[in-house]
Design a protein around this ligand. Structure first.
Ligand code: F6P
Length: 509
C-alpha cells in the first residue's frame, strides 16, 4: 500500500481542512513544546518549534510514518538492500561513513597525502572538472571549510560554458596544476569537454605528460583507463551522484584540508546516521523535518521551501540542497510507477543572510505565499574581525523567524501609520508564518558532515512518506538526449521555435 492509500493519509487530509493552528498560541497550549520540538544532535540544534504543527498533527504524521513503514525503509537503506527500484540498486552512501567499513577510503586518503607531500611536485592548483553531484558537494565542502586548509587551491569547473574554465585557467599556472576529473559515468558531456580543454591547456603550458597529472574519480574506471589515466579512484555504482561526496568524490576536500579533515567529516555524518537509525520517529531530527516538509508541500500545497544560510561559509548550501531535494524527490509517480495524486517535493530555493533580506524577504513577510522558510546559522564566527559582525548576523537571522511568526496586527499598523488606514494596510503583516532554525555550535568538518547527513536522511524520509524513489533521476535524461541530438547537428524535426533558434546560432558559431 502506498502512503497516500493509508488511513493516516486520509486523517491528515481531514486535518488539512481545519483552520491552521496559531503558532504563537501553541507555545502556551503546549508548555513542553520547545523541548519536544527542538532536538539537539551532534552539536546542532534543530528548532522546529515555530512550524505550524501542533501535537495532533505530529501524532497523525507519526501514524503516516508508521503506516508508510519508514522504519523498515530506513533499515533496508542501512543494510544495503535494493531501495532504488527503477535502477535495481542499493543506495550505499551511508555505509561510506560507517567506521566499520571505512577501509575503502585508504586509496583516497593515501593519494591526498601523496599530492600534499609533493609526490607530484609542488601542486598549487587543482582543477576539478565535474558537474551536478560530481561538483556541488565538493564545492560546498571546500568553500565552507577550505579557509583553514593548507593544501592546493581548488577550482571547480562544472559548466560547459567555456567562461567557467577560462576564468580558472587565467588564475592557475600549468607547471603547478593537477586535474581531478570526477564523473560517475565518465561520459558526461560537460566534464569530458572541460577535461579535454584542461589537458590541452596543460600541454600548451609545456607540461610534458598532462595525463600523468590527472586523477580520475569514477564508477566507470575502464573509461578513464581508455584515456590513459593511471591514477584512478573508483567508487561504487550504488553511490548516487548527489550522495557521493563521502566517496572519493570528496577528494578535493581531502587535498585542500587534509585526510584527517575528510575522516572527521565522515565521523560527523556517522553520528547523524546513528541518530537517524536509532531515535524514535517523533524525536528524530531528520524524520521530524521530513514530516513538516510533507505536511506543508503535500497537504497544504505550499509549492516552495526557502533555505537561507546565515553564514558566508555555507553560502553554497542552498544550491547543494536544490540538487539533493529536487533531483531526489521531484517525482510525479510512486516507486512502483503509480501516478501520485498530490503535489510532491516543493521547489527548493534560497540564498544567504543578510543579503537575501534586502532582496527577497519582502515576499516572505507580506507576499501572498506563505511558504516554509528555513534558517541555518552557526553560533561561532568563522573570522576574527570584531564580534559585532557575528552578533548582528545572528540577531538578523533570529529576527526574521520572529517577525514571520509575529507579524504586525492592523491596530499596530494603524498606530505606526499615524492613523492613515491605507498606509496601515500596506504596513500590516499577517504573521503566523512558520520557519525552522538550524543552529550549529561551530562549523567544523564533523558538524558539516552531520548537517549534510541530516539533510540526506530528511530527503529520504520525505521520499518514503510520499512513496517516491529518491535515488533515480530519469527526468534529467530526456534533456541530455535532446541536447546530444542538437549538438550533433540534428536540428530538424524539432518544434519551429527550436529550429529557428538553431538556425540563428548556426550563422554565428
Ligand atoms: O544531472 C544528472 C546527473 O546524473 C547527476 O545526478 C549527476 O550528479 C550528474 O549528472 C553528473 O553525472 P556524472 O557524475 O556521471 O558525470
Amino acid at each position: 500500500m502506498l502512503p497516500h492509500q493509508t488511513p493516516a493519509w486520509s486523517a491528515l487530509e481531514m486535518l488539512a481542512r481545519r483552520p491552521l493552528p496559531r503558532i504563537a498560541a501553541l507555545f502556551t497550549q503546549e508548555p513542553e513544546r520547545l523541548s519536544r520540538m527542538a532536538p539537539e544532535v551532534a552539536g546542532i540544534r534543530f528548532d522546529y518549534a515555530k512550524l505550524p504543527l501542533d501535537r495532533l498533527l505530529l501524532s497523525a504524521l507519526k501514524d503516516l510514518a508508521e503506516q508508510a513503514d519508514l522504519a523498515g525503509w530506513r533499515a533496508r537503506l542501512a543494510e544495503g538492500a535494493i531501495v532504488n527500484e527503477s535502477e535495481g540498486r542499493a543506495a550505499t552512501h551511508m555505509r561510506l561513513r560507517d567506521p566499520a567499513r571505512r577501509g575503502g577510503h585508504a586509496a583516497l586518503l593515501d593519494l591526498a597525502r601523496r599530492v600534499r607531500t609533493g609526490a607530484f611536485g609542488p601542486v598549487r592548483h587543482i582543477i576539478h572538472v565535474g558537474i551536478g553531484g560530481s561538483a556541488l558537494g565538493p564545492n560546498l565542502l571546500v568553500d565552507a571549510l577550505g579557509d583553514s586548509g593548507d593544501g592546493p587551491r581548488i577550482h571547480i569547473a562544472s559548466n560547459i560554458d567555456g567562461m567557467a574554465l577560462a576564468r580558472i585557467l587565467a588564475e592557475a599556472d600549468p607547471a603547478h596544476t593537477m586535474i581531478v576529473a570526477v564523473s560517475k559515468t565518465f561520459t558526461t558531456q560537460e566534464t569530458r569537454t572541460n577535461l579535454d580543454t584542461a589537458l590541452a591547456w596543460l600541454k600548451a603550458g609545456r607540461v610534458a605528460d598532462p595525463i600523468a597529472r590527472t586523477i580520475a574519480v569514477t564508477a566507470a574506471p575502464e573509461r578513464a583507463r581508455a584515456l590513459g589515466i593511471a591514477e584512478i579512484l573508483p567508487f561504487d555504482e550504488s553511490v548516487g551522484g548527489r550522495y557521493s561526496l563521502w566517496s572519493a568524490v570528496g577528494l578535493p576536500f581531502a587535498l585542500r584540508c587534509g585526510p584527517d579533515a575528510f575522516e572527521a567529516l565522515l565521523d560527523g555524518a556517522h553520528a547523524m546516521d546513528r541518530h537517524f537509525l536509532e531515535a524514535p520517529l517523533d524525536a528524530n531530527a531528520p524524520v521530524m523535518g521530513a514530516m513538516a516538509d510533507v505536511w506543508q508541500a503535500c497537504f497544504l500545497g505550499r509549492p516552495t521551501r526557502a533555505i537561507f544560510a546565515y553564514d558566508e561559509r555555507l553560502r553554497l548550501l542552498p544550491s547543494y540542497l536544490q540538487q539533493l531535494e529536487m533531483e531526489s524527490n521531484g517525482k510525479s509517480v510512486a516507486h512502483d510507477g503509480t501516478p501520485l495524486p498530490f503535489p510532491t517535493a516543493p521547489i527548493t530555493w534560497g540564498g544567504t543572510g543578510t543579503d537575501a533580506q534586502h532582496a527577497v524577504f519582502q515576499l516572505l513577510h507580506q507576499g501572498s505565499h506563505a511558504d516554509p522558510v528555513e534558517f541555518v546559522a552557526v553560533a561561532t564566527a568563522g573570522h576574527r574581525l570584531d564580534a559585532v559582525h557575528h552578533r548582528l548576523l545572528l540577531a538578523n537571522c533570529f529576527a526574521q523567524g520572529a517577525a514571520l511568526l509575529r507579524g504586525r496586527t492592523p491596530d499596530e499598523a494603524l498606530a505606526e501609520a499615524g492613523g492613515d488606514e491605507a498606509l496601515a494596510r500596506a504596513k500590516s503583516f499577517p504573521g503566523n508564518r512558520g520557519s525552522a532554525t538550524i543552529l550549529l555550535d561551530r562549523l567544523t568538518p564533523e558538524r558539516l558532515g552531520a548537517l549534510l547527513a541530516y539533510y540526506e536522511a530528511r530527503t529520504f524520509s520525505a521520499a518514503v512518506l510520499m512513496g517516491v524513489n529518491p535515488f533515480d533521476q530519469w527526468g534529467v535524461e530526456l534533456g541530455k538526449q535532446v541536447a546530444g541530438r542538437l549538438a550533433a547537428g540534428e536540428g530538424d524535426g524539432f518544434d519551429p521555435s527550436t529550429e529557428a533558434l538553431m538556425a540563428t546560432v548556426a550563422r554565428q558559431c
